[in-house]
Design a protein around this ligand. Structure first.
Ligand code: GLU
Length: 281
C-alpha cells in the first residue's frame, strides 16, 4: 500500500488536514506500506515555501513520518507537458479565453444540486490552432467520453459514505464536472485535476486518502487516467471535520490551525482526541 498526503501550501494546516494526514499515515503503516508527502504547489502565486515548511513541522509534531523526499509539483512542471501533448494529439483539448465574469454571465441560473460551476462551453468549438497566448486549455469531455465508450471505466471507493465500485456515468460527469481546465489561463501551468492524477500514477499511489469534498471530482481524474492508460488507484474519501456550526474547516480558519493549537499548549494526543482518533500514531 502506498498512500499520500497532498496539501497545497497556501496556508496553515487545520484539524481537517490533520485528520486526512493521520488517516493516510495510519493506513499505510498498518499495512506495512509507504506514506508519501506531495506539495501541490502549482499555484505559484499563492503557494509559499514558508507554508510548505510549516506543513512539514506540523506533520512531524503529529508524529507523522513520510518516505522519501517531499515531492514538489512546481519543481517538475515539465513532467506534465508530455501527457498534455498526448491529450492534445488525441483531439481532446480546446483553448479557452473566458474570464470568471464571462462564465457567470453565461450561467443564467444557479445549477441545481451542483456545488461548483460547470463550464458553459463557450469556447468549445475553438480549434487548438486558434490558441492565443494566455488561453487556458480545457478537456473536451464529449470527445473524451466518446473515446472511452465501450471501455469499462470505473473506480473502487473504500470510504464509508460511498463504499463500492463506481462506473463512470457520462451524464453525471457532464452535469457535475464538465469541461475542466487542464492548463491554467495566463500562466500555461498544469491545473489541479491533471497534475494530481498524474502524480498519483507517477508515485505509484495505490490508495488516495482525502476528504469527501473531493469525491465528486474523482470521476474526472479517473477519466484522465484512463485516457492516458495509467493505473487507477483505490480511493478513500473520509468524512470532513466540521466546526460546531457544522461548517467545514477552511485554510483561512486560523483559529483551528495546528500551529495555533500547538502555541496554546495542546499536545498531539489532544489533537487525536479532538479528531476521535485513538492514541497510536
Ligand atoms: N491539493 C489538494 C488540497 O489541498 C488535495 C488534493 C488531493 O488530495 O487529491 O485540497
Amino acid at each position: 500500500m502506498i498512500t499520500r498526503f497532498a496539501p497545497s501550501p497556501t496556508g496553515p494546516l487545520h484539524l481537517g488536514h490533520a485528520y486526512s494526514a493521520l488517516l493516510g499515515h495510519r493506513m499505510a503503516r498498518a499495512a506495512g506500506g509507504q506514506f508519501l508527502l506531495r506539495m501541490e504547489d502549482t499555484d505559484l502565486e499563492r503557494s509559499k515555501p514558508e507554508w510548505a515548511d510549516l506543513i512539514c513541522t506540523d506533520l512531524r509534531w503529529l508524529g507523522i513520518t513520510w518516505d522519501g523526499p517531499v515531492h514538489s509539483q512546481a519543481a517538475q512542471l515539465d513532467s506534465y507537458d508530455a501527457p498534455l501533448q498526448r491529450l492534445e494529439k488525441m483531439g481532446l483539448l480546446y483553448p479557452c479565453s473566458c474570464s470568471r465574469a464571462d462564465i457567470r454571465a453565461a450561467l443564467s441560473a444557479p445549477q441545481e444540486g451542483v456545488t461548483h460551476e460547470v463550464y458553459p462551453q463557450l469556447c468549445k468549438s475553438r480549434p487548438m490552432s486558434d490558441r492565443k497566448p494566455g488561453d487556458a486549455l480545457r478537456l473536451h469531455l464529449d470527445k473524451a467520453l466518446d473515446l472511452l465508450a465501450g471501455r469499462e471505466v470505473h473506480f473502487v471507493e473504500t470510504g464509508a459514505a460511498h463504499a463500492g465500485r463506481h462506473a463512470i456515468d457520462p451524464g453525471q460527469a457532464h452535469r457535475e464536472i464538465g469541461d475542466v481546465v487542464l492548463s491554467r489561463k495566463g500562466e500555461n501551468i498544469v491545473a489541479y485535476f491533471l497534475a494530481s492524477a498524474l502524480d498519483d500514477a507517477a508515485q505509484d499511489i495505490t490508495h488516495v486518502v482525502r476528504g469527501e469534498d473531493l469525491f465528486d471530482f474523482t470521476a474526472i481524474q479517473v477519466i484522465l487516467l484512463s485516457l492516458l492508460d495509467l493505473p487507477i488507484p483505490i480511493y478513500h474519501h473520509h468524512k470532513l471535520i466540521r466546526d460546531e456550526n457544522g461548517k467545514r474547516l477552511a485554510k483561512r480558519d486560523d483559529a483551528r490551525s495546528l500551529q495555533t493549537y500547538r502555541a496554546a499548549g495542546a499536545s498531539p494526543e489532544d489533537i487525536f482526541n479532538m479528531l476521535g482518533l485513538d492514541q497510536t500514531v
